[in-house]
Design a protein around this ligand. Sequence first.
Ligand code: CA
Ligand code: CA
Length: 423
Amino acid sequence: MEASRKWLVPVVAIVVAAVLIIVAVAYLLLKEDESEGSTVVIDGSELATSGLVDHGTGTFSDPYVINGLDITVQDVETYSTINGIVVNEVSAHLVISGTTIHGEDPTPSGQRKLGIWVLDSSNVTILDCMFLDLSDGICLDNSRDIFIAYNTFHNCSNGVGFSDDEDSRCSNVSINGNNINSVLYGVSCSRGCSPLSIDGNVFAHGTHAFNIARSEGVSVTNNSASDISSYVFSVSLSDDVLVAGNTVTNSFLTGIALSDVSFAEVTDNLIEYGNGISLSYCDHVVISENVVGHVTGISVRDSTSIEVTRNNVSESSTGLLVADSRFVNITYCRIWGCYVGIQLLASENGATIVLVHHNDIASNDIQALDNSDSNNTWDDGAGEGNYWNDYEGVDGDSDGIGDTPLVIDEDSADRYPLMASPV
Ligand SMILES: [Ca+2]
Ligand SMILES: [Ca+2]
């Protein structure tokens, strides 16, 4: 009896071990099947009981918090898109924080690795996370009320991407205070997000800081970008756009490019080098209080109703270029040390109706060019023009206005050159 019991112990152990292995394998297979290529699935209907929530009740004041995950997005060859985390149909208030998601460098061809895919969800905050070596750090798909703050993105195609799906629309997204480096696009939104706020982010060593299209209510404020190799801030096909308080350094193409944008304000930006600010096919835009220089300072093409005021443009090939545009006012700008100061250009069928007055135009190799017959006016229509530091006339009656016009060419002149700078 004693001997047969001893003999049973290893047999029972082997059977138990075998059962455990079978259960574990079945669990893993089942889990992989459920996740459809995602490492962690956060489904709205099962969020509270998922075991992922650290604390919280899912309300605005006490959101569900998922904290401190460390995820490597695994290769699953049968799937073309693989997610670290998918947030699906979540509407309860949710915070994902302190989580690191790694991809692979380079991403294997034919695969798309997303750090967090937010799908058909709202009230999601992604805070203080790290996204490394991914296709998209975060991909937003048909979601709203999303707050993305204080995260780090490194070596991704898109830091924050938005789905390209034709039916995907996002709204009320804020991207604030993130550190985004070595990415193709810091933020990429081609299908539209209204409104969208991008504030206080640091972009470095990328191809583009962001590219936003088809959006209404875009606010781009207080960001800094350095060592960006192509267009830095680009907004197109959008309405109601504010670009303010941004800094671009050591980037050699266009700093701020607006194309097909209506009702915009570009103000108080500092752009060293490159084509500072470029507008094409825009209307109702104010460009004010910017400091730009070194290739083309500010260019306005094929646009209508544009105010260019109180900008400081220096040491550019062309300081300020206005081409084929109508109803443009250039006032109170300082344009100095450029090859061409102000150039007004009209192609064969393009009317250029520009008012230029109260500017300080100084020490440019060619102070002004105007090929548009007499469609433009180099004064305010009320007896005051611009200050030109090379004006050689005199002010005999001491009214502050030169007594002879400053001649630009045979059909263009400043009739009332100012004797002192108005800015
Ligand atoms: Ca002319
Ligand atoms: Ca006078």
